[in-house]
Design a protein around this ligand. Structure first.
Ligand code: KIV
Length: 272
């Protein structure tokens, strides 16, 4: 049992900061719907991310770009309805905040009012500074996201490790300091070298949460469907699968089909 679970009724951004300050690692997972969010919240994960990875996982798109603000609000609303304990962070989707801070604030206000989420996440550093500052001024906590930022996939061209070269690593370190300075409550670092992630984590006072960023960060995040083995073809090196639910669910469905075909379901006890 972790230190904070004994005394925390509900996770807030202040609790997240206190975890870093006390040296306790932060746990974070995605959820996009009521049923999964209920399970993850019951397990007392610190942060639930309503990620725009819903675009891939729930809708089957190749990238995160197509998901809309309305769709993110639908997912976030379903998650918030289930959650009693965890902090719920909602991704601002592609096109809802870049290059226009007024639009960024309007998108954020819709998420906060309509879904009841507790904070938002945006991808990028200096290029989205104005949007982040306007959102923060309205009193909404912001989580940053640096390294591999999937909304910029067509700029990068691939999903390979980011910031391996000096110039990009320096820029990332500067961006992390900038996000801290303007008031973000935490930063996600995605798919960057572990040594660089450590350097960034040691250089800022706010929590740094990694995905494919090694062990020397303040916490870890994974996509729930990946760690449960529901998605089968996505196999990055950083992913640990805790279950193989694709095969388990398929086996159960095959069993059900067999029972129906053989007229073994329903039996006497399963009818009125
Ligand atoms: O959308 C998402 O799931 C994310 C995580 C991979 C951090 O941004």
């Amino acid at each position: 049992m972790s230190v904070h679970k004994k005394k925390v009724k509900r996770v807030t951004t202040h609790v997240i900061q206190s975890l870093k300050d006390q040296g306790e690692k932060i746990s974070m997972l995605t959820a996009y719907d009521y049923s999964m969010a209920k399970i993850v919240d019951a397990a007392k994960v610190d942060i639930i991310l309503v990620g725009d990875s819903a675009s891939n996982v729930m809708a089957g798109h190749e990238t995160t770009l197509p998901i809309t603000l309305d769709q993110m609000i639908y997912h976030a609303t379903s998650v918030v309805r289930a959650v009693k304990y965890s902090l719920v962070v909602v991704d601002l989707p592609f096109g809802s905040y870049q290059g226009n801070s007024k639009k960024a604030l309007a998108s954020t206000i819709r998420i906060m009012k309509e879904s009841g989420g507790h904070a938002i996440k945006v991808e990028g550093g200096r290029e989205v500074k104005d949007s982040i500052q306007r959102i923060l001024k309205a009193g909404v906590p912001v989580m940053g996201h640096l390294g591999l930022t999937p909304q910029s996939i067509y700029k990068f061209g691939t999903y390979t490790v980011r910031a391996k070269e000096e110039v990009e690593a320096e820029r990332l370190k500067e961006d992390a300091k900038l996000l801290e300075k303007i008031g973000c409550f935490a930063i996600i670092l995605e798919k960057i070298p572990a040594d660089l992630a450590k350097e960034v984590t040691d250089s800022v006072s706010i929590p740094v949460i990694g995905i494919g960023a090694g062990p020397h960060v303040d916490g870890q995040v994974l996509v729930l469907h990946d760690m449960l083995g529901i998605t089968k073809d996505f196999k990055p090196r950083f992913l640990r699968r805790y279950l193989n639910l694709f095969d388990d669910i398929k086996d159960a469905v095959c069993h059900y089909i067999e029972d129906v075909k053989k007229e073994e379901f329903p039996n006497k006890e399963e009818q009125y």
